[in-house]
Design a protein around this ligand. Structure first.
Ligand code: BES
Ligand code: ZN
Length: 659
């Protein structure tokens, strides 16, 4: 390596202040990491390289999960060219980032990456030509990935980076044809939230940074590429082209490629999926357009023009992901009775809470999910009636009470401490349920005639911007309370105490009161087949019933229920999940085959986490979990793998050759 390459670049020498690698507040400063990185060479690691030991490299900006410093240099547009290579399970890409810098000397452009191979970096001023730039890829932190620092000559406004992703990129799942419904074509999809965009695009991976973007994507013949943006005509080279003209945070950039078909659901709405699934999906989601109309009446105009859904293969790790213009959804929503479309209401609501007004950092996550859960229930109330939304509120309240028993006090706060922790491990349903309950409590305190305009005003005032919890409090005080908070509303304890404050709005459902009475009677000896009106129960009523059965339900009672209602064969994924969970806890053996097929065919984290945790509680269960997981793991998305690895303390090297 030539000497010039080995010497720390000028910004490091200045920042080090002559002291070498110095510790500040217990953390190695970024400059120190950069100096270390130069030792690994400007190309960083190859695709198979092990991560360098963690140096707790820290960001210089306001977001503890990003190395970027947007106050100095802020990316405004990302232009991507991506080649999807199924053979090597990699994306070969070029990203051109356009940015603005502070006049006071821009410093380097600091980007987030994870497991990327950086092939080259160049910079340009305005529309001028690109010239090679010095760049350094720092050591990889297990949570944050590796900082990429690109030296900026004065006047530079664009950087062009050529890179390749690793086969183990945390956002990407590469499916072989047998893992798809059609069995004939491979499939690829991304999941960027919370901090996985950096594993397939080098960028400022912080929800506090918004950019417009465009992309040109090449896929093998016969496959269709979709992204969370407007579709343009295909390029002369056959590439699929996309454009997002509203500024969005990086976690909302999404890509899928596979054998895909489309069905319209209304003037603005439609659904994509593999061809064999599309008519079922179109039937299931037929109410989408009505939901958009309800949401607009409540929250203001829908600002993304089109709303489409993409139903993914069953390994998709979430129920839904609110990628703009193209919600990604699990096929487990296709229950055949439209009973699980509250997830669509939820992802649609994110078009306001999250995508329009975005949490500035992951500790403000409740601004995304608490608002969205509240808005979801308002949409459900309007489209399907209050009986259904009341049931959702009651189930949500019970979820929150359950979390109070299982989580650490710090993680029960609306604003948990996230710095130094993996967002995927910290973010929980507390943000959803406690956040939604806070908004319901405020709504009840001031009345909907005042709350609804406030909510709409929040979306309008912060549209296409990122917001913090402090912004919310100041908006509340200025625009809703006009300086006088309602007596009894202790906002400080909502935000900073693990408890559910006593003034929380009460929620109730008379339908659930009936279910509860029948459950009590059945436990006292009435016969299930005759006494439970299960044929008339909605999915939510079933969930209420199953979630409240004693965890040590006698085996004879389980068999009686199973005989009467064939729960072990339930097609509805939510009911099947609750039944499997109960059977693990109570030791009922009748679900063994179903648990096996459930865990080896579905990769939805919300199901995997509780099921593996319940199994891992006993030695025999753990053994079963390990043997199931050995078979299931190759079919899970990397995000789900990370979750279950943690639960089972799984060491890939000890357990299998590799994925
Ligand atoms: N945005 C979330 C999914 C998410 C959260 C992904 C955090 C990564 C990090 C999405 O809107 C969501 O909440 N999905 C839920 C469904 C919803 C109805 C509660 C899910 O996946 O189950
Ligand atoms: Zn959500």
């Amino acid at each position: 390596m030539p000497d010039a390459e080995r010497r720390p670049p000028p910004w490091n020498r200045v920042a080090e202040n002559g002291g070498g690698c110095r510790r500040a507040a217990g953390l190695l400063l970024l400059c120190a990491a950069m100096a270390c990185a130069s030792a690994t060479g400007p190309r960083g690691r190859g695709p198979g390289g092990d991560p360098a030991p963690s140096a707790s490299v820290r960001s210089q900006g306001p977001d503890p999960h990003s190395y970027s410093n947007p106050a100095r240099v802020r990316v405004r547009h990302v232009a991507l060219e991506i080649d999807v290579r199924f053979g090597s399970r990699s994306l070969a890409g070029t990203a051109v980032l356009s940015f603005e810098s502070r006049d006071s000397g821009p410093g380097p452009l600091l980007l987030d990456t994870r497991d990327l191979t950086i092939l080259s970096a160049e910079t340009a001023a305005g529309r001028g030509p690109f010239t090679p730039a010095r760049f350094l890829l720092g050591p990889s932190d297990p949570i944050l990935g590796a900082p990429l620092s690109i030296d900026l000559p004065s006047g530079a406004t664009r950087a062009r980076i050529r890179y390749e992703t690793s086969p183990r990129a945390s956002a990407l799942q590469w499916l072989l044809p047998p893992q798809t419904a059609g069995k004939r074509h491979p499939f690829l999809f991304t999941q960027s939230q919370a901090i996985h965009a950096r594993s397939w695009i080098p960028l400022q991976d912080s929800p506090g940074v918004r950019q417009t973007w465009s992309a040109s994507v090449r896929v093998p013949a016969g496959l269709t590429a979709l992204m969370s943006a407007a579709r343009l005509d295909r390029g002369s080279d056959g590439a699929f082209r996309f454009e997002m003209t509203s500024p969005v945070p990086s976690y909302l950039i999404a890509l899928a490629a596979g054998d895909l078909a489309f069905a319209a659901l209304g003037p603005r709405a439609g659904v994509w999926s593999e061809p064999s699934v599309v008519s079922k999906a179109a039937w299931e989601f037929a109410d989408t357009e009505a939901m958009i109309e309800a949401a607009e009446a409540l929250f203001g105009p829908y600002r993304w023009e089109r709303y489409e859904l993409l139903v993914l293969p069953p390994s998709f790790p979430y129920g839904g992901m609110e990628n703009p213009r193209l919600t990604f959804a699990t096929p487990t929503l296709l229950a055949g009775d439209r009973s699980l479309v509250d997830v669509v209401a939820h992802e649609l609501a994110h078009s306001w809470s999250g995508n329009l007004v975005t949490n500035a950092t992951w500790s403000d996550f409740w601004l995304n999910e608490g608002f969205t859960t509240y808005c979801e229930r308002r949409i459900v109330e309007r489209v399907f009636g209050p009986k259904r939304s009341e049931m959702e509120w009651v189930l949500g309240r019970q979820t929150l009470e359950g979390l109070s028993l299982s989580l650490e006090p710090g993680d029960l706060m609306l604003r948990p401490e996230v710095a130094g922790r993996d967002p995927d491990a910290v973010l929980s349903e507390v943000a959803y349920e406690k956040g939604a309950l806070l908004l319901l409590t405020i709504e009840r305190a001031v009345g909907r005639e005042r709350f609804d305009p406030f909510l709409r005003g929040w979306f309008d005032a912060h549209a296409f911007r990122s917001a913090t919890t402090a912004d919310f409090l100041s908006d509340l005080d200025q625009r809703l309370f006009a300086g006088a908070r309602p007596p009894g509303l202790d906002l400080d304890s909502w935000l900073n105490s693990p408890a559910i404050p006593p003034e929380a709005a009460a929620v109730s459902s008379s339908a659930f009161a009936d279910v509860d009475a029948l459950r009590v009677a059945w436990l006292a000896g009435s016969r299930a087949a005759e006494s439970l009106p299960a044929k008339t129960w909605s999915t939510l009523e079933w969930l209420r019933f199953l979630r409240n059965l004693p965890r040590d339900l006698p085996l004879a009672k389980s068999s009686e229920l199973d005989r009467a209602f064939h729960l072990s064969e339930a097609l509805n994924s939510e009911i099947a999940f609750q039944w499997l969970l109960l059977s693990i806890e109570s030791g009922y053996p009748g679900t063994q085959a179903r648990l096996d097929s459930f865990l080896t065919s579905i990769g939805r984290r919300k199901y995997l986490k509780p099921l593996y945790e319940a199994l891992a509680k006993t030695p025999a269960g753990r053994e079963r979990a390990v043997s199931l997981y050995r078979r299931a793991r190759p079919g899970y998305h990397p995000i789900a793998v990370e979750t279950v690895d943690r639960i089972l303390s799984w060491k890939p090297s000890e357990n299998e050759s590799d994925r």
